[in-house]
Ligand binder design. Structure first.
Ligand code: ADP
Ligand code: MG
Length: 701
């Protein structure tokens, strides 16, 4: 099934838009496209303005506020050309009104243009920002110089968009205009009574109003235009989610009957007793596994709450019933670590566990695939390699997805569909605020590990300016002398991966000069075997400081490590900092986390560091992170490149989300395959918001 051709004009290259050349198109790619892809008209339409120029504000020169974009009516008094033929000085033009005067300043100006546009004695409207220079009012490079006719053509309120270096606002505007012109007549997919009750306009009107605001309020999340678009986006997301789940649940589950002997043997061999929360979660999971309903359960537990063993004991239950289990982790490191921890436990009980990652060589991979297909391998641990289309299981009973926020719904489904009616257990260390859980995991059952294993001491958290790094190094010297182990995290910012890697490399060398060979390095671009070696050396204590980019964020477990230093902590989100801090404080020894920040801290960054110092409660942190950053960051969608919301805002539009949820439920109850007239329109909506995978689940229509 393919995207309806009515949408084709919105999904081509932005370069086809009038006035957009290859150079601008490249910049638009950088601004709007997913990595490696090209910007399209639809991306421009969804590129909401971040501000407006309000040209209705027309003060006199004397009243005009400084450093604010204003529009003033002036007379041109005098031209002051730069002195000397080769002067690099600016060309200045004195203008005045009845209240005072100001200089327009042009560097590297074209004198002919200035003489033409600003004739002495005439009246001109000047738009720009006034600043004071030597006590005089100046407008450097006015934004516009207009006569009355020009003014009449200018929009009084103009949208301003987010840009990228080298890209000018007027090109973005031109591209958006072109995209708006290509917008086809689309069928209405919303329920007319919902639109009426909320005073919402059509999709087309909403987009036009968003990009041609009449009031600054038109671009605010509360505007009717934004609300309409948010409702559309929510409806597409809610429909997609429900379609996927319906597919999962359409098939009944199978009961996995076991006496629990294998699990009991494994549990008895553990060096610790399960916490109450772990026990509760396991009981819930076992009940699901033994029922003939298909399990779709989320285990939410903060970092260090002990999710792995819960998954392992659930695995034992299914293995004992004679079926296979797959455990998928988001990174190679994590998959290896799970394999390292779990395979001995299973081996002791006579169960063969294999590790399958993208790193396996062809021959090894073939052998593993064979062992998985004929059922010799009972437990399969791995990365995305587990969902490769040529891998078949003999009989997959349970699919476990670890750190699930790193995976999309589609990937989760893909693993589940490797088995006939396989049960699905997903685990996340990112506590999800209630408001989000409803949207993303609405009808998944949920077990919460709200109790940490005993004997953990709280992590002492301090925030220090980067300038005090010397003290941190001195502190590390003392701690290392007493046998401590430390992580040292350098941030990786997507836009500039190479620079950031260089920063981590430099820090590594610097620490090596101080601490010698006891320093290790770990980053995402290292070869697989090098990564393993770096982690193992740290685990064995051969290296005592592990300098790392955020690859350590997810799941690395070295209980002996008690110090976490995070450089440029201001660049991380709260949830990420919380995850990083969760790498320490795993043993009985007192742990500490040092957040080095580069000041001055913005308000949000400051609030983040304060929250982190105040609490280790992942749920509180998640709520706070949602408040500070929006939902995309929390679920890791941005990092993982999965589509989050583009126009909707979970907090600002919570009411609309509820409407969309109810509507989606009603729609699918009445028209599960979207074949009615409205159903067809909704298919267009799904494609518009690129929920294509959901449309594939529909029967033809
Ligand atoms: P996470 O929930 O972050 O995945 P892990 O499963 O990695 O946490 O567990 C963190 C650490 O706690 C591991 O070293 C694990 O062996 C240990 N652990 C798990 N459950 C318990 C328990 N009930 N008592 C003591 N230690 C436990
Ligand atoms: Mg884990």
């Amino acid at each position: 099934m393919m995207r309806p051709s009515i949408l084709d004009p919105l999904f081509g290259r932005a370069e086809v838009l009038p006035g957009i050349g290859p150079k601008t198109a490249k910049l638009l790619d950088r601004l709007l496209a997913r990595p490696g892809e090209q910007a399209r008209p639809i991306d421009l339409l969804f590129h909401a303005p971040i501000n407006v120029v309000d040209r209705r504000i027309r003060p006199t020169l004397a009243e005009a506020p400084l450093d604010t974009l204003i529009l003033v009516k002036t007379r041109i008094v005098e031209h002051r050309r730069p002195q000397g033929r080769h002067s690099k000085g600016p060309y200045k033009v004195l203008v005045e009104d009845d209240t005072g005067d100001a200089e327009l300043v042009f560097f590297l100006a074209n004198p002919e243009w200035i003489e033409r546009s600003l004739p002495i004695g005439e009246t001109r409207w000047i738009s720009g920002r006034i600043e004071l220079y030597d006590g005089r009012r100046q407008i450097v490079h006015p934004d516009r110089v207009l006569d009355e006719a020009g003014l009449a053509k200018l929009p009084l309120v103009e949208a301003i968009h987010g840009l990228t270096e080298g890209l000018q606002e007027r090109f973005v505007q031109k591209a958006i205009e072109g995209a708006l012109e290509r917008l086809p007549r689309l069928p209405e997919w919303q329920n007319p009574s919902v639109l009426a009750a909320n005073k919402l306009q059509s999709f087309e009107e909403a987009l036009n109003r968003l990009h041609h605001p009449r009031e600054p309020a038109d671009i605010a999340p509360t505007s009717l235009a934004r609300q309409r678009l948010a409702l559309d986006e929510f409806l597409a997301q809610q429909l997609a989610l429900r379609l996927m789940r319906a597919k999962l649940r359409r098939a009944p589950g199978r009961c996995h009957t076991s006496e629990g002997k294998l699990a009991a043997t494994m549990e008895a061999a553990l060096p610790f007793a399960l916490t109450g929360a772990q026990r509760r979660a396991l009981d819930e999971i076992r009940a699901d596994l033994s029922s003939d309903r298909r399990m779709l359960r989320l285990v939410q537990g903060d970092v260090g709450s002990g999710k792995t063993i819960v998954a392992a004991l659930a695995t034992a239950h299914v293995v004992e019933s004679g079926r296979q289990v797959a455990l998928m982790a988001p990174t190679e490191i994590l998959a290896r670590q799970h394999f390292g921890n779990l395979s001995p436990l299973f081996a002791a009980a006579g169960v063969r566990t294999v590790l399958l990652t993208g790193r396996a060589k062809t021959s090894e991979r073939n052998a593993l695939h064979a062992a998985i297909a004929d059922g010799e391998a009972r437990v399969v641990i791995g990365t995305h390699a587990l969902i490769s289309s040529d891998l078949a299981f003999q009989d997959l009973g349970l699919a476990v997805v670890d750190e699930q926020h790193r995976f999309g719904v589609a990937q989760r489904l893909a693993l589940g569909s490797k088995g006939e009616m396989a049960d699905v257990l997903v685990m996340t260390a990112t506590p999800i605020p209630r408001s989000l859980a409803l949207t993303y995991f609405g009808d998944m059952d949920c077990s919460i590990l709200d109790e940490k294993p005993p004997g953990r001491t709280p992590v002492k958290t301090r925030a220090l300016p980067q300038s005090r790094i010397g003290e941190v190094v001195e502190g590390l010297k003392r701690a290392l002398a007493q046998g401590a182990r430390a992580y040292w995290v350098c941030p990786l910012v997507e836009e500039n991966e190479d620079l950031d890697l260089a920063a981590a490399g430099e820090r590594f060398e610097e620490l090596q000069r101080i601490f010698g060979p006891r320093v290790g390095l770990l980053h995402g671009k290292m070869k697989g075997a090098e990564k393993d070696a770096a982690i193992e050396a740290f685990q064995r204590g051969e290296t005592r400081i592990l300098v790392a980019t955020t690859v350590v964020e997810v799941g690395v477990d070295v209980p002996e490590a008690t110090i976490m230093v995070i450089e440029h902590a201001e660049r991380f989100g709260l949830a990420q900092l919380h995850q990083l801090r969760g790498r320490v404080g795993r043993g009985a020894a007192e742990s500490s986390c040092l957040l080095l920040y580069k000041g001055p801290l913005g308000e949000i960054a400051g609030a983040r560091l304060t929250t982190l110092r105040q609490t280790e409660d992942g749920f509180r942190i998640a709520e706070e992170d949602l408040r500070l950053r929006g939902e995309g960051e929390i679920l890791g969608v941005r990092q993982s490149g999965l589509p989050g919301f583009r126009l909707a805002d979970i907090l600002a539009h919570a009411r609309l989300l509820a409407i969309a949820r109810d509507d989606a439920e009603l729609i699918l109850r009445k028209d599960p395959d979207l074949t009615s007239e409205r159903g067809q329109a909704l298919r267009v909506l799904l494609y518009l918001f690129e929920r294509n995978e959901a449309v594939k689940l529909l029967r033809a229509g």
